[in-house]
Design a protein around this ligand. Structure first.
Ligand code: FA5
Length: 344
């Protein structure tokens, strides 16, 4: 653009020439000659200042446009994939053969966990995720396990010498959720929470026992809650999950954190008995449950004279085994692609 003022034309020509040689083009906007023009304004007679100032601004805009229109050098280079699992500089023939990422899929246990959580959301439950490292208080103390009580041995628990614990059940979250939601009780809001989590046990492994598996804990506390609510909730859940009517029963059991405690069993219909020819009444124990022990409520600051509740813990892997007729629980953690791809 031609400039009326010869001083500005002169600087414009100089800076455009310099721009060509600059590696970082934006540096031209910081040129001392440009700044000098601004300070020259005050030395001019008053009537010339406005047009001089206008032309400096025009020059600055022209330079900005030139800088922006210039493609940065980095755009000419090949993109580097920082996630590539090999040296990007290795020649094409030497790069490892990789599986197409389109072949990946969600783990079946995660897909089923979503299906299961969805059923509980529809029943009005909130979900709180469990944790994979915990402490003695949450694993035992807050759950009414007396010190040195033999019941602690039932939960073949992994722990560090410092006393950190890889939780052996999702019940480690009970005290936390009771405390988190107890304020709602006075306003008439029942506590209803499900807690999915990964749990760990030092077990002898077989087709139905893993060292690492998933549980879903459930806790419901309110006024006048009784074992009938527990049985109805679990029966409704299982019938929705397996899409059929089921015969269920409870049998007495012992957990330090529930009183009374039950094992919950279903009579397996034909469709849930794949690969297994037993036809007589075939009760299968599916989960542990019971009415929340008054000491567990007290420990969380809830008055057991006013409120009662139920809780359960179900093994997700075992629910999924039965749904699909899978013969061995150890497939889930085996990373066998031919097994996992069946669930794509
Ligand atoms: C418990 O873990 C209790 N915390 C359950 C509970 C919660 C009772 C709240 C009362 C109130 P149990 O050890 O039975 O209980 O395990 C519960 C379920 O986890 C079992 O029914 C089973 O489905 C599953 N499970 C247990 N051990 C294994 C294992 N080694 N591999 C796979 N699933 C398992």
């Amino acid at each position: 653009m031609p400039y009326q003022n010869s001083r500005i034309s002169e600087v414009a020509e100089l800076l455009k020439k310099r721009l060509e040689g600059l590696e970082n083009k934006a540096d031209i906007l910081k040129a001392v000659e440009l700044r000098a023009l601004y300070s020259e304004i005050t030395t001019l007679p008053a009537e010339e200042r406005a047009s001089f100032g206008l032309e400096i601004n025009q020059l600055k805009s022209e330079l900005e446009e030139l800088v922006n229109s210039h493609e940065p050098d980095s755009a000419k280079l090949d993109h580097i994939d920082v996630t590539a699992p090999y040296d990007v500089n290795s020649p094409a023939g030497k790069r490892p053969q990789l599986l197409s990422s389109e072949l990946g899929s969600r783990h079946p246990l995660m897909t089923e966990m979503d299906v299961i959580l969805d059923i509980f959301y529809r029943m009005g439950f909130d979900a709180v995720e469990s944790r994979q490292i915990d402490d003695d208080y949450h694993m035992f103390g807050s759950l009414n396990f007396p010190e040195d009580h033999p019941a602690r041995d039932d939960y073949d628990t992994f722990m560090t010498e410092e006393g950190l614990i890889a939780p052996a059940h999702t019940s480690t979250m009970q005290n936390r959720v009771l405390k988190q939601f107890k304020d709602g009780l006075e306003k008439g809001q029942d506590i209803r929470v499900v807690i999915p989590g990964r749990v760990f046990r030092n077990e002898d492994l077989d087709a139905t026992h893993e060292h690492t598996f998933y549980q879903l804990e459930g806790v419901y506390v309110g006024k006048g809650i009784h074992a009938g609510h527990l049985i109805a909730t679990l029966k409704t859940f299982l019938e929705t999950y397996y899409k059929q009517d089921l015969k269920v029963k409870t049998q007495p059991y012992y957990f330090p954190f529930t009183e009374p405690s039950f094992e919950f069993a279903i009579s397996r219909p034909e469709s849930l008995r794949k690969g297994d020819n037993r036809t007589e009444d075939d009760w299968l124990e599916l989960l542990g449950c019971g009415m929340v022990h008054p000491n567990v409520l007290k420990e969380a600051g809830i008055d057991p004279e006013i409120y009662t509740g139920f809780a359960w813990g179900v093994g997700i892997d075992r629910l999924v085994l039965m749904k699909y007729g899978i013969e061995d629980i150890r497939h889930f953690e085996s990373a066998k692609l031919e097994f996992l791809r069946q669930f794509k």
